[in-house]
Ligand binder design. Structure first.
Ligand SMILES: O=P(O)(O)OC[C@H]1O[C@H](OP(=O)(O)OP(=O)(O)O)[C@H](O)[C@@H]1O
Ligand SMILES: [Mg+2]
Length: 165
């Protein structure tokens, strides 16, 4: 298995804009949402922005973990299931939110819980894209997305140093 080599760093400002763009797309669908189910932990951040924009106040979580090591996916664990009221009518009217879909494994497990829910992510890689109904930006499979909550300020080498010039 090859690990993603390219980097796609995202600032707070960029993430806010992209999550708002996702909210605009979702608003355009004209669906009256029963509630949001966000996939922790990454889905908490876009869910906060989307529920504010769409006026949704019923927010639930499904707690899933898989990337225990940096860039490497391990065993997928559902740490907490979604509350039963979200599962009614196969999840119809429910908006599932995550920060991104990569291999699509997390999306597949949550979709199976609520097959009629609408699945939205801010970013999508090609393998995960078919599992998502609405997303904003696609990045290639060999790219790692660096989210602002995982980052700090560090010195950056000049580009010429990387080129060995
Ligand atoms: O499409 P996949 O290959 O399944 O990967 C996507 C998932 O991986 C990350 O979560 P992670 O399991 O790292 O947990 P976190 O949200 O707590 O960071 C990300 O937030 C997605 O939920
Ligand atoms: Mg996650």
């Amino acid at each position: 298995m090859s690990l993603p080599e390219k980097a796609f760093p995202v600032s707070w400002d960029q993430f806010h804009r992209d999550a708002r763009a996702l909210a605009w797309r979702l608003a355009g669908l004209g669906i009256e949402w029963r509630g949001i189910v966000c996939i922790t932990r990454g889905g908490l951040v876009p869910a906060a922005i989307i529920c504010r924009e769409l006026g949704i106040r019923m927010i639930e979580t499904v707690c899933v973990a898989s990337y225990h090591d940096y860039k490497a996916q391990g065993q997928l664990e559902v740490l907490k299931d979604v509350t039963p009221s979200m599962l009614e009518n196969d999840g119809e009217g429910i908006l599932i939110v995550d920060d991104l879909t990569d291999t699509g494994k997390t999306a597949a497990i949550v979709r199976a819980m609520m097959p009629k829910a609408h699945f939205a992510t801010v970013y999508a890689k090609p393998k995960g894209r078919p599992l998502v109904d609405t997303y904003v930006t696609e990045v290639s499979q060999d790219t790692w997305i660096y989210f602002p909550w995982d980052m700090g300020f560090t010195y950056q080498k000049p580009i010429s140093d990387h080129q060995g010039g």
